[in-house]
Design a binder for this molecule. Structure first.
Ligand code: SF4
Length: 472
């Protein structure tokens, strides 16, 4: 990844820009609806899906409650198996550790397995500044890297690109990174995949250092687990002589047996498959290989301290919430200004980074609160609950605070609500159709003013006793 999310403006401005791009909206709609339908079909096959979901939630909650114990257990197991464990408090420390470990090998090139944790810490940029080239080997990440772009989706980082755009990127940029694309490359998916395969194969065969993340870390055995579709990750894990894994501390599962639940939840929720094609597990150092595990905090203990927000740490990065989100579908991942886009990004990013910047403070508002994300989440993260919680924590303009107080006061007593409804019905003709005056204008700039009905629901009910056709 050669772009950077840092310094991006707040979500509404990014979203406004993205909404003008009809090609982007078309690409996103196509892709998210396809994955969404596939997921729904394979989830429907399982009669015990809700029980699996509850089990996933319970296992993750136990792991988070006893994180200190499980992390020490994992560290001991990895060390016993010949690996080296390092602890990183933040992105800078993790990046420094990786750069030092690569430098110690004397290499200036590394291959990477797709990993959200390394994107989160901006590892490619840190390595670049240290004179080390980090080559992405996941197909979608490769497209993003060659296109000098930013990822737009957790699972499909190049979701915003169509086939014709990918062909152009391959033709123009592949030669800068190694084997060039064939001159007669078409936009046929098989031809694009073949060009990427040949390009990547050369990298795998020469790389001496591999860098990965992990989907899970099993505390009792110290085993790391990666689920993937292409098999490129497995090449990175096994071919290089030195393997460095950067893993968020929340990835811990207590026991090997817990994997059973997540190997069912994750592929179905992410790619809509019953099982992903490649599952790699490794414990400590393999023969002839050196292994380093970097355990990354980077805001996770702060998130854990937040009683409502901590449930975001259950996330297994399946991206199901992105694929059903009406906001994500229209604006895409770049608008969120973080490697974690969509509904999970709207809560996880401010929990990890805080809300000091305009962008981070705006993220809890990047949602219509429709609740679709909660319904599909395989570990039952109540994203709307966390969004509302984070909104309440942030500062609010005096006019909004006053308005909310007045609404609260009115709703608190049925008699007051009745009076307010009667007044609203009488004054309905005075309510502007298009734009509210004063501070209310900010609200109506992007929304229609709802029409005030002639009669309130209660009045209608009293008059008709709910008989059909009684409404006016
Ligand atoms: S919040 Fe839930 S649905 Fe969204 S990526 Fe995480 S686990 Fe998947």
């Amino acid at each position: 990844m050669s772009g950077t999310f840092l310094g991006m403006p707040a979500f509404p401005r990014n979203a406004e820009k993205a909404l003008l791009n009809s090609q982007l909206r078309f690409n996103l709609r196509n892709a998210t609806h396809t994955i969404r339908a596939r997921r729904a079909a394979v989830v429907d096959e399982l009669p015990d899906w809700e029980r699996l979901r509850a089990a996933g939630k319970a296992i993750k909650d136990d792991a988070l409650r006893n994180l200190d114990r499980y992390l020490v257990q994992a560290e001991e197991a990895v060390t016993r198996a010949g690996g080296h464990v390092h602890w990183a408090a933040d992105a800078a420390e993790a990046g420094r550790l990786v750069a030092d470990l690569v430098r110690a090998t004397g290499e200036t090139e590394v291959v990477k397995v797709k990993s959200m944790a390394t994107q989160e810490i901006g590892l490619n940029e840190i390595l670049r500044d240290a004179g080390i080239v980090a080559a992405e080997t996941d197909l979608a990440e490769l497209i993003v890297q060659l296109g000098d772009d930013l990822p737009s989706h957790i699972l499909v980082p190049a979701i915003h690109r169509n086939r014709a755009e990918i062909r152009e990127i391959f033709r123009e940029r592949m030669a800068d990174w190694g084997r060039p694309a064939p001159p007669d490359l078409t936009d046929d998916p098989a031809a694009l995949a073949e060009a990427a395969r040949r390009h990547l194969r050369e990298r795998f065969l020469t790389a001496e250092v591999g860098i990965s993340g992990a989907n899970f870390l099993i505390a009792e055995t110290g085993t790391l687990v990666v689920l993937e579709s292409e098999g490129n990750g497995r090449m990175c894990l096994t071919l290089p002589r030195t393997l460095i894994s950067v893993v968020g501390i929340e990835k811990v599962l207590p026991t090997w047996r817990d994997l059973e639940v997540f190997l069912q939840l994750l592929p179905r929720s992410s790619t809509g498959e019953r099982m992903n094609p490649y599952t790699s597990t490794w414990t400590g150092a393999a023969e002839g290989q050196e292994f380093h595990l970097i355990l990354l905090d980077n805001g996770r203990t702060n998130a854990l301290a937040d009683e409502i927000g901590r449930q975001a740490l259950r996330c297994i990065r399946c991206s199901a919430c992105l694929n059903v989100c009406p906001v994500y579908e229209r604006v895409g991942g770049h608008a969120y200004g973080s490697v974690y886009p969509g509904p999970i990004g709207a809560i996880l990013t401010p929990l990890l980074r805080g809300t000091a910047t305009d962008l981070d403070a705006s993220l809890p508002y990047a949602s219509s609160l429709c609740g679709a994300c909660y319904d599909v989440c395989p570990v039952a993260i109540d994203i709307p609950e966390v969004l509302v919680h984070l909104r309440a924590k942030g500062p609010h303009p005096p006019a909004e605070r006053l308005g909310m107080k007045a609404v609260g006061w009115t709703l608190n007593r049925p008699a007051r609500l009745r009076l307010a409804q009667r007044a609203a019905s009488r004054l309905r003709r005075l309510v502007p159709r298009r734009r509210l005056p004063g501070p209310g204008a900010a609200w109506t700039d992007t929304r229609d003013v709802p029409a005030v009905p002639e009669e309130s629901f209660r009045a209608w009910w009293r008059r008709t006793e709910g008989r059909e056709g009684g409404a006016r």
